[in-house]
Design a protein around this ligand. Structure first.
Ligand code: SF4
Ligand code: SF4
Length: 756
């Protein structure tokens, strides 16, 4: 990674705009060096609490479906709802302004405040006002803005942008806040505990509340039928902001408008649980201002009548609504579950995995939608691991959004003869040949896998040639510290063909299975593929291996959407006869299984066939477990753990996409039924994420993410002695090997070695 400045000298605002890639790389260095420990602690705490909280929600899935349906309908009906909310607000006695741009919103708010001769404004947390840079405009007009949310107060003192949607200062440790306050306020007061810091901030803020001329808040939701705004918070400052001063201005994006007050209940159940893991937050205010109660008049100040303005801003949202991909981002309810369940975000936070306002996996779409496409460059940090997908309360397909952003950014790059020729040779679709060489290299894995396996001797020895390795590093951005896997001399297809020539396999007693020769196993781990076939046969299945075709996963993860579509559709065509024959489909590599379960739907017209494919696709040990349950197989007798040469104690790490597919628990069940003592990892992702960990730009981040997993292995070893390491994904094997330099086994290989 390029280095220019010492990470401690980099200020977050300097690297907030990442349209220049250099800023992204500097931001990663800064956050890894300074912020990572606090971010990890805070996001992982939110994430753990969220899992507990949503597990307690009755009908979590139904609730998510309802929330999604409300948001879909609200965005579809947006023009109608905006008219309705305007009428409701005016009927309540408030003022309404629909701002086409951020500048319009700022000008309107400034003019209202100037008219009221406001000198001091208290403000509750509002990310929309961050988007418009409202504070700056007001300060230029001579109006002081006091941020009243503790985290926003810290950021205002530090002059930093938020690093998280709901906890904007979660990158600050207590010690760093103490140092900041002591420096900025030049105080000798003891500020060594959370309580002392909070008391200090509260006293400062109380003075502001008493003296404030106006309050500015955001709005979590706005109900069109009543003009009600819902505000969810944990500190009570927003309630004071909206009720103490006589003038209240609420600013929100137009996507916050939902049809009715009744709909608020659905979000009230989902939002706190998804955000902080609380059943409900400490303060929930549902107001339809202007309030009837008198406002607070400080001693010596005259009481004034209440006035309310709702400012809804468009600022690119209508265009997002017309955009078939970015429209989905408008459903976001800003809960941050996708940030907290993202291993990359947990490691660097929003000052690296974020832009000037919005952060995390969903942030790229918002930066692109409300600003410029290239502002979404940090979306490169989305590895498409998919861990956020099931955790999003409105079911947004965040990796798909980011893959499309990558696609658009590649298409915006100038064409070149070299890129075009490279793409033609390696198999990129014509539309993807403007993508950088690195993306086309990793996106066309099947081409290199095929060549490497056909010329294994040459390919493997060339990896040790200094100039070949240097070329990979300089032209393709492969990190010099990452070991490259060796190519096998025979592909999975070759081994399968040979086996069929040498012996006629026994017909199984159970239905025939189709085993997909996915390209990662075919060219990377062919013996593993054969092991899967033998284990399935041992369970009585009759199996048949398909030809090896790319499913499009490698291209998709690079944002080469057209290449991915071409490959995926060719694979679907190849599979159709097997599926129509009623055969279940076995997929060894979990990232490919995720294509069948999720991603193919974006490419297929025939959604009924997609649903069929999705329902018949399984990870091999899912079928082993199914067979054992249906046919009373004694797995311990078939695969006795005590005969395994590495012992019976295992540490198992399941692949991120395997867990998103709900296809991991059976592996643990099978291993335990065989007699193994299994401890499992609890990290969201190992950090390798396919090609991500190979890239020099992201190697340090990849290994930093991996450190959580390595630490769990070390802890498990320390508890009761060493355990053999087991993982299900090709990438996970590479990452664990890189971090611990210990052999990693695949579950099917273990079973195969035990089959007698
Ligand atoms: S897909 Fe994975 S890397 Fe991307 S935002 Fe979601 S959790 Fe993060
Ligand atoms: S994308 Fe989903 S999970 Fe992420 S903040 Fe928005 S609603 Fe929450």
């Amino acid at each position: 990674m390029a280095t220019t400045v010492n990470p401690v000298d980099i200020q977050p605002r300097q690297v907030a705009n990442k349209s220049d890639k250099h800023a992204l790389l500097e931001a990663i260095r800064m956050t890894l060096n300074i912020q990572s420990a606090a971010i990890r602690h805070n996001t992982q705490t939110f994430n753990r609490n969220r899992y507990v909280a949503v597990a307690k929600l009755p009908d979590y899935d139904a609730l998510k479906d309802r929330a999604r349906a409300i948001k879909e309908q609200a965005i579809a009906d947006s023009p109608k709802l905006l008219k309705q909310v305007e009428e409701s607000v005016r009927r309540n006695g408030g003022h309404f302004y629909l701002a086409p741009t951020a500048a319009d919103a700022n000008a309107y708010i400034r003019d209202v405040l100037v008219k009221h001769e406001a000198k001091l404004v208290v403000k509750g947390k509002s990310i929309t006002s961050e988007e418009t840079r409202l504070n700056h405009v007001l300060e230029v007009a001579g109006i002081k803005v006091a941020e009243t949310d503790l985290a926003e107060f810290i950021l205002q003192v530090a002059d930093e942008q938020p690093s998280h949607i709901i906890a904007p200062a979660l990158h600050y440790s207590r010690e760093r806040i103490t140092a900041l306050f002591k420096r900025k306020f030049e105080t000798d007061l003891p500020l060594d505990t959370g309580e002392e810091l909070t008391k200090f901030a509260r006293e400062k803020l109380r003075e502001q509340f008493i003296a404030a001329d106006a309050g500015i808040s955001g709005a979590n939701f706005v109900a069109a039928d009543s003009g009600s705004i819902m505000l969810v918070e944990s500190e009570g400052n927003i309630r004071m902001t909206t009720t103490l001063p006589p003038l209240h201005i609420a600013i929100a994006g137009i996507e916050k408008v939902i049809p009715s007050r009744e709909d608020l209940g659905t979000f009230l159940e989902l939002l706190p649980a998804s955000a902080t893991g609380q059943p409900i937050t400490s303060y929930v205010s549902i107001l339809h201002p202007p309030l009837k109660a008198p406002s607070f008049a400080a001693p010596g100040k005259a009481e004034k009548p209440r006035e309310f303005h709702l400012v809804l801003i468009d600022n690119g949202r209508s265009k997002m609504r017309e955009d078939p991909v970015l429209r989905e981002a408008l459903y976001c309810i800003r809960c941050s579950a996708c940030l907290n369940s993202c291993a990359n975000f947990e490691t660097v936070g929003g000052h690296a995995f974020g832009g000037e306002t919005y952060s995390g996996g969903i942030g790229g779409s918002w930066e692109a939608g409300t600003g410029k496409l290239m502002n979404a460059r940090f979306a490169e940090l989305c590895t498409a691991c998919s861990r956020c997908v099931n955790n999003c309360p409105v079911r947004i397909d965040i990796p798909w959004l980011n893959e499309n952003l990558r696609h658009r950014m590649s298409q915006a790059q100038p064409a070149s003869v070299v890129k075009s020729a490279f793409g033609t040779l390696t198999g990129s679709a014509p539309e993807d040949r403007t993508a950088p060489l690195q993306k086309q290299f990793f996106g066309n894995y099947q081409t290199f896998g095929k060549w490497g396996t056909s010329n294994a001797g040459l390919a493997n020895s060339s990896m040790d040639w200094g100039f070949a390795r240097s070329a990979m590093e300089s032209m393709l951005g492969v990190d010099h510290r990452r070991e490259l896997p060796k190519f096998p001399e025979k592909s999975w297809e070759d081994l399968y063909r040979e086996e069929r020539r040498e012996a006629t396999p026994q017909n199984g007693v159970r239905p025939k299975l189709t085993v997909l020769a996915d390209v990662f196993t075919n060219f990377g781990e062919p013996e593993r593929g054969m092991a899967a076939i033998r284990v399935l046969r041992k369970c009585g299945y009759d199996v048949e291996l398909t030809p090896a075709l790319s499913d499009g996963r490698a291209a998709l993860s690079q944002g080469m959407i057209d290449t991915a579509r071409e490959q995926a559709l060719a694979m679907v065509k190849m599979l159709r006869p097997y599926v129509e024959n009623g055969q279940k489909l076995v997929v060894v590599e979990p990232s490919v299984l995720a294509m069948f379960r999720f991603d193919l739907r974006h490419f297929m017209q025939d959604q009924a066939f997609f649903e069929k494919l999705r329902s018949i696709s399984f990870e091999p040990l899912q079928l082993v477990w199914q067979a054992s349950q249906q046919f009373n197989l004694d797995l311990h007798q078939m695969f006795p753990a005590e005969h395994w040469r590495h012992g019976t104690r295992l540490f198992y790490h399941s692949h991120c996409q395997q867990r998103t597919c709900n296809a991991a628990s059976e592996t643990i069940d099978v291993l335990r039924a065989c007699g193994f003592d299994v401890v499992t990892s609890s990290v969201e992702c190992c950090g390798m994420a396919g090609s991500f960990g190979y890239k020099a730009d992201y190697y340090d981040l990849s290994m930093a993410v991996g450190e959580d997993l390595f630490a769990q292995v070390r802890d498990a070893d320390a508890a009761n002695g060493p355990r053999a390491l087991v993982a299900s994904g090709v990438s996970c094997h590479e990452q664990i090997w890189s971090g611990l330099k210990r052999p990693v086994h695949h579950p099917v290989e273990i079973l195969d070695s035990l089959a007698n």
